[in-house]
Design a protein around this ligand. Structure first.
Ligand code: KG4
Ligand code: ZN
Length: 430
């Protein structure tokens, strides 16, 4: 089976084509083409993602990404594909709100042969609704043009299932051509149940219990900010660019290298201690907005102590004044303490969930799972408490269309029927 995956829930425009073998659980998945266009550079100048800007960028980039993906998959065959006028009208209707996209897409469809694709998997939530709609309309237009069924996919399920893939060979993106491994191949590993999935991204922090294949129950979640959001906001307080997660992680790592833990003098104490929010709450919920505020107060205190002078605006705490007082080594120290604090909390809560539900496997998914400390601390936890750990490979941790294609495939295997009349749902739950 060949599946086209489409992802536009936030600031990554992803298009991927996979080919599956055996078509049963335990089957192999081969990536035929995988394109990802990151909008980060565009959003970075504003310090975060603007939904309408994300939507516009998806609309501009989806068709070129699809064309490249088909080419990479060896499926772009030039020929004239006649679309009947009535069908063309329906495609235009579907893309009525996406003018640029409509023209580009019809032009592409008319110049290539219908590719050999069996199903389209598209993210229908959660995420930014304007951004989700572009991907959905794009999928519906392709479905209309090529008469291919669509399976709507929950983005968070994509983050879960991509952790279950074990690479056989190759690498994830188009670089594989250079190594002569045309198509990276993965095996789907079925986890031992029950599974506790920790989903950590820019919009989510959830603990999910799964007792059987593709059945999910949310057993804990954040009461306020998501963990990725906290990374991004703390980075902003420290004057670091968006997205802040990788920036904080780099600084924290540098600090650990430069100031390794000194065991002779007992446990390391940070010069800027931060709270471990809800670590003793006895439930499985999280809260990350307080720690962000604690970082802000810490930074303001540093400014106040280092100078009693006001800046030209008469403010002690103007952003300019605050950032000027933050030396690189202070930023590193705060980044490290912040990372230590949030990782301690997610480790403790995950362990608690594993014990409470007798879980055999921990799955970590979502963009924050790219974090090195999280990867190494969870590997240690899994070893200590004798559970299996499944974590996506680094390049598949953050948003991509590969995970959407794989989730679509597993949904088809478990009997999910194609849909035509579905909507974007920004708050879609697992
Ligand atoms: O899953 P994802 O790509 O998009 C959403 O669905 O939200 O996650 C993006 C989030 C951002 O908040 C980003 O800062 C965070 O993942 N992130 C990281 C790292 N890489 C990405 N956070 C901590 N450490 C990282 N290395
Ligand atoms: Zn995501």
């Amino acid at each position: 089976m060949k599946i086209l995956g489409i992802e536009t829930s936030c600031d990554e425009t992803g298009v991927c084509i996979i080919e599956t073998e055996n078509d049963s659980v335990g089957s192999k998945i081969k990536i035929l083409g995988n394109q990802l266009y990151s909008q980060i550079a565009i959003h970075a100048q504003y310090g975060g993602v603007y939904p309408m800007m994300a939507k516009r960028e998806h609309a501009l980039n989806l068709t070129p990404q699809l064309e490249k993906c088909l080419e990479e998959a060896g499926m772009k065959k030039d020929s004239r594909f006649m679309i009947r006028d009535s069908r063309k009208e329906r495609i235009k209707e579907i893309l009525a709100r996406e003018n640029d996209l409509s023209e580009d897409l019809i032009e592409l469809i008319e110049k290539i042969e219908k590719p050999d694709i069996d199903a389209i998997a598209v993210t229908n939530g959660p995420g930014l609704e304007p951004a989700l709609w572009v991907g959905i309309c794009f999928a519906k237009a392709l479905s209309e043009a090529w008469n291919i069924p669509i399976i709507p996919v929950n983005h968070m399920e994509g983050h879960v299932v991509v952790a279950m893939l074990q690479r056989e060979c190759g690498i994830l993106n188009s670089e594989c051509k250079e190594t002569n491994i045309q198509h990276p191949t993965f095996n789907i590993q079925s986890p031992n149940y029950p599974v506790i999935a920790l989903l950590i991204s820019g919009g989510h922090t959830q603990l999910v219990l799964s007792k059987e294949n593709q059945k999910y129950e949310i057993i804990g979640s954040t009461r306020d900010d998501a963990i990725g959001e906290a990374f991004d906001k703390v980075a902003r307080i420290l004057g670091l660019p968006y997205p802040g997660g990788p920036q904080i992680s780099k600084l924290a790592e540098k600090d650990r290298l430069e100031h390794p833990h000194d065991s002779a003098s007992g446990p390391r104490k940070s010069a800027f201690p931060l709270p471990r929010p809800m670590i003793h709450s006895h439930d499985l919920n999280f809260s990350f907005s307080g720690i962000k505020t604690a970082v802000l107060y810490t930074v303001q205190k540093i400014t106040l102590n280092s100078s009693s002078q006001k800046d030209e605006s008469g403010e002690h705490f103007s952003e300019k004044n605050v950032l000027a007082k933050l030396t690189d080594s202070i930023k590193q120290e705060i980044a490290r303490e912040f990372e230590d604090a949030v990782v301690e909390v997610i480790i403790k809560k995950t362990q608690q969930a594993v014990e409470q539900y007798g879980a055999q496997t921990i799955i970590i998914g979502g963009g924050v799972s790219a974090n090195k400390k999280i990867r190494s601390d969870f590997a240690k936890l899994a070893e200590d408490i004798h559970v299996e750990l499944m974590i996506p490979e680094f390049s598949a941790s953050t948003d991509n269309a590969f995970m959407i294609a794989v989730a679509g495939y597993l949904n088809i295997l478990s009997g999910k029927k194609p849909e035509t009349d579905f909507k974007a749902n920004g708050n879609l739950s697992l």
